[in-house]
Design a protein around this ligand. Structure first.
Ligand code: AMP
Length: 114
């Protein structure tokens, strides 16, 4: 999608601090981290929310979580724990309408989230 920041990162048009990438997904550090570790995992195709993924493209969901698994192991987050977040729409505060999984770690988290 033309004006999507994350599509621009995928195309290499704007820089990102990448921690992992494969043919389907990309993981990079959040520009405004909310925890000592704050990594975003995105897929290369543009959808704003998981409900928009067509039935014949639902491999995207396991591909995203496969990358999450690789990243939390690679970054050594498993022992202390981590939180995964996916926002969609206004009430969630979603800023970038391209599906992304936040990986947050490195501090104690509150529940419920604000
Ligand atoms: P959300 O509110 O769930 O849409 O989260 C969007 C996230 O993208 C926020 O945590 C932003 O800090 C982050 N973000 C926005 N632009 C960039 C960028 N160019 N590089 C890395 N992270 C970004």
């Amino acid at each position: 999608m033309e004006n999507c920041i994350f599509c621009k990162i995928i195309k290499g048009e704007i820089p990102a601090n990448k921690v992992f990438e494969d043919e389907h997904t990309l993981a990079f550090n959040d520009i405004n981290p909310q925890a000592p570790v704050h990594i975003l995992v995105i897929q290369r195709e543009h959808y704003a929310g998981v409900h928009e993924i067509p039935g014949d493209s639902r491999d995207i969901i396991p591909q995203l979580f496969s990358t999450v698994t690789k990243v939390v192991v690679q970054e050594g987050l498993v022992e202390a724990g981590y939180r995964l977040v996916i926002n969609f729409g206004k009430s969630s505060g979603q800023e970038v309408p391209h599906i992304h999984i936040h990986i947050l770690a490195g501090r104690s988290m509150q529940w419920p989230p604000g």
